[in-house]
Write a protein that binds this ligand. Structure first.
Ligand code: GEK
Length: 246
């Protein structure tokens, strides 16, 4: 098993043959650096997931972090929750991510006792007694046709009063705004030290695997399923985080 590291993301620094982005060992080994330099507001979103979990976690319930990667949101939530009787289920289908999270947890016995890691496809995961469910930049990787049934399954597995937190890359119906936010985002990435080559190669690799939707599509689908008080609590350019309640 590999030791967790905070290596610098140089995956797209050299000219590469075209190919789709995958969450393999190479990505897992630089993931912390990659996500912090690629998602505006990532550390704020993670910290606020901790605050939302503290507020909405119920006794005798579960917190689910779906597409947990290295457990950024899992750890923020488990660390803040004050309930006596709760558990946190961290799910990802990348073995490289789950291995690294499990290794990380070995040095955190207090949190580790509250966290169960599962390497599985979240579309097949069982969700029960959930008071907090986190999809932090994960739904965007699920095939479009499977999103409604996944969200319905999550809703069915939630306790009344529970919260779903969904963070996503988004698109805008207004083409002018769409272009503006993409340009601002690329300028953010350049400021974070990525070259134009890295930005364009990563964009091409993500094109068929990361499928963003508009905020209206997210809101309508969640409301049709039965979620209430659905709205955005964070947005920076074409990245947003929403809450939805059962
Ligand atoms: C964070 N939430 O740091 N089943 C399980 N996991 C999946 C699936 C699936 N079907 N599809 C994708 N993943 C994290 C960041 S990253 C976001 C989430 C990004 C997993 C995938 O393996 C990866 O670890 C994660 O979803 C998406 O708060 O890299 O932009």
């Amino acid at each position: 098993m590999t030791e967790p590291t905070q290596n610098k993301d140089r995956i797209f620094a050299e000219t590469k043959l075209p190919g789709d982005f995958v969450f393999d060992e190479k990505v897992a080994s630089v993931f912390e650096d990659m996500i912090n330099r690629s998602i505006p507001g990532y550390s704020t979103i993670i910290a606020m997931i901790g605050v939302l979990a503290e507020e909405y976690c119920q006794e005798q319930s579960r917190i689910y972090d779906l597409g947990c990667s290295l457990g950024g949101a899992t750890l923020a939530a488990a660390d803040r929750v004050k309930c006596q009787d709760f558990s946190t289920i961290a799910i990802d289908n990348s073995a490289a991510m789950i291995d690294r999270l499990q290794t990380k947890l070995k040095s955190m016995p207090r949190l580790a006792s509250k966290i169960e890691c599962r390497c599985e496809n979240l579309c097949d995961s069982e969700i029960t007694d959930a008071s907090v469910v986190v999809l932090n930049f994960t739904l965007q990787f699920i095939p479009l046709a499977e999103r409604a049934s996944l969200l319905s399954k999550i809703y069915a597995g939630m306790k009344p009063g529970g919260v779903l937190i969904i963070s996503e890359k988004i698109t805008f119906p207004d083409e002018k705004l769409n272009q503006l936010f993409i340009e601002m985002y690329h300028s953010f990435k350049e400021n974070m030290g990525y070259s134009k080559l890295e930005i364009s190669q990563k964009r091409a690799a993500l094109e068929k695997v990361l499928l963003p939707e508009t905020l209206d599509v997210h809101r309508d689908r969640l409301q049709k399923i039965g979620f209430q008080s659905v709205d955005v609590w964070f947005q920076c350019f074409n990245f947003a985080s929403m809450v939805a309640f059962k």
